[in-house]
Design a protein around this ligand. Structure first.
Ligand code: CTP
Length: 408
């Protein structure tokens, strides 16, 4: 399978091991992840090495254990290499100390610097004594991480080191492997072989050679949709107005750049008939302006911009939809979100509407997280605040079931 990572075409998983007694379970975790044919790299903290040998972990992993920010072994910049390549970083066990340093944004060892450089999903698996787990500082640090889109696997309850009992145990390796697998593979490749056309980003309408009319969309949600859909086996074409890098990682995405609403319309309509589903996550300008050939000069006074409506790409797609094709619209609302969203779902004639209340903290534009309501003919499903990759999974789960309904 083609992939953006230059080094492997398999899912790239980094296992971060910090210093708690549960570190012994990381040996089994690495072995099980390798069995699933992932590329597994391991980072240990110095404290982890008091509990488990880097030699053992490195023998089981796909490459020697990365232990030190300044060692020659991992190349000159091991943290950026691992942070950029990892489709997923799983920290198991995550001690209160690592959680605290990660939440504070510190980069004082190889593990925390890698986390700072991470581009993929991060799954934290805390393990500690119950008193520490219940400590307000630890809980607040975890809340901070969750708010930033980091996933936290709740610890299990049971026997702890020293004969104590209570919540704080690292979950069984089986449970961690399942969670990792569903994050990197998706549940059983539900979009296998489907052709998905996804748009992203805010279009930019030129006013003159220097200035543009645009909006606050970053393109992150659309890019996350493309990345996850590819992980779930779809053939993805991403038409993007965003300057974010083309999605990389596990799975293949064809990325097409389209800056203006008109360019996006052209690129989408040219590919629409081949697509099983269209997901219009882009914030397409509703108005454009005929651009001046040369820069408008201040000395010429305040210009009047004559705005003209753009074509509604989604409406055109609905008008020429082929049977079984699934069409998904996004709605960014800043007031009366649910009422407007319901009305827009009916008016747009789409199969699914992803409603974004952009007035809510952590949701919508320019954030790493999102909170949406999925509206389709069967009803509404609120998707609470989580990373854009997790929101993408919820949306794509719906798309997968709408597509399979069309097959019946
Ligand atoms: N959209 C589109 N072409 C446009 C504008 C919007 O395809 N020229 C798509 C967006 O990608 C989104 C959906 O239409 O999926 C809804 O966009 P929105 O701007 O919320 O809809 P409008 O009908 O413009 O509603 P509003 O009255 O709120 O502006």
């Amino acid at each position: 399978m083609p992939s953006g990572t230059p080094e492997t075409d398999r899912p790239f998983v980094v296992v971060g091991v910090s210093g708690g007694i549960a570190a012994y379970k990381s040996v089994e975790l690495v072995r099980r992840l390798r069995e699933r044919d992932y590329h597994v790299a391991v980072i240990t903290t110095p404290a982890a090495e008091r509990f488990v040998s880097p030699f053992t972990l490195g023998t089981l992993a796909s490459e020697p254990v990365a232990r030190d920010l300044f060692s020659e072994a991992g190349g000159p910049i091991p943290h950026t290499r691992l942070g950029q390549l990892a489709d997923l970083i799983v920290i198991a066990p995550a001690t209160a100390d690592v959680i605290g340093r990660y939440a504070a944004g510190l980069g004082d060892d190889l593990l925390t610097t890698t986390l700072l450089a991470a581009r993929g999903t991060v799954l934290v698996c805390p393990a500690m004594h119950t008193e520490m787990w219940e400590n307000a500082a630890v809980q607040e640090n975890l809340a901070t991480l969750r708010r930033r889109g980091v996933l936290v696997l709740e610890p299990a309850s049971g026997a702890l080191a020293g004969g104590d009992e209570g919540p704080g145990r690292l979950p069984e390796v089986e449970v961690i492997v399942e969670r990792v697998a569903s994050l990197v593979e998706g549940p059983g490749h539900p979009l296998s072989g489907r052709r998905l056309l996804i748009t992203a980003g805010g279009t930019r309408e030129p006013i003159d050679p220097v200035r543009v009319l645009t909006n606050r969309s970053s393109g992150r949600q659309g890019h996350a949709l493309a990345e996850v859909a590819a992980q779930w086996g779809a053939e993805v074409t991403l038409v993007t107005a965003s300057e974010l890098p083309a999605p990389t990682g596990w799975g293949h995405v064809t990325t097409v750049r389209a800056e203006t609403a008109a360019a996006m319309r052209e690129e989408v309509l040219a590919r629409l008939d081949d697509a099983d589903a269209l997901i219009m996550a882009a914030a397409v300008a509703d108005f454009t302006v005929r651009p001046a050939a040369t820069k408008l000069k201040r000395r010429d006074g305040v210009p009047t911009l004559h705005l003209e409506p753009t074509a509604d790409i989604l409406a055109e797609a609905v008008a020429r939809r082929r049977p079984g094709q699934v069409l998904v619209g996004f709605a960014a609302e800043s007031s009366d979100a649910l009422r407007n969203g319901r009305e827009k779902f009916v008016r747009k004639g789409v199969d699914l509407l992803v409603l974004n209340d952009v007035s809510r903290p952590g949701a919508g534009f320019e954030t790493a997280t999102n909170e949406v309501v999925l509206i389709d003919a069967t009803g509404e499903e609120p998707v609470s605040l989580r990373s854009k990759a997790e929101v993408a999974r919820a949306v794509l789960g719906r798309v997968a079931s709408l597509l399979s309904r069309g097959d019946e």
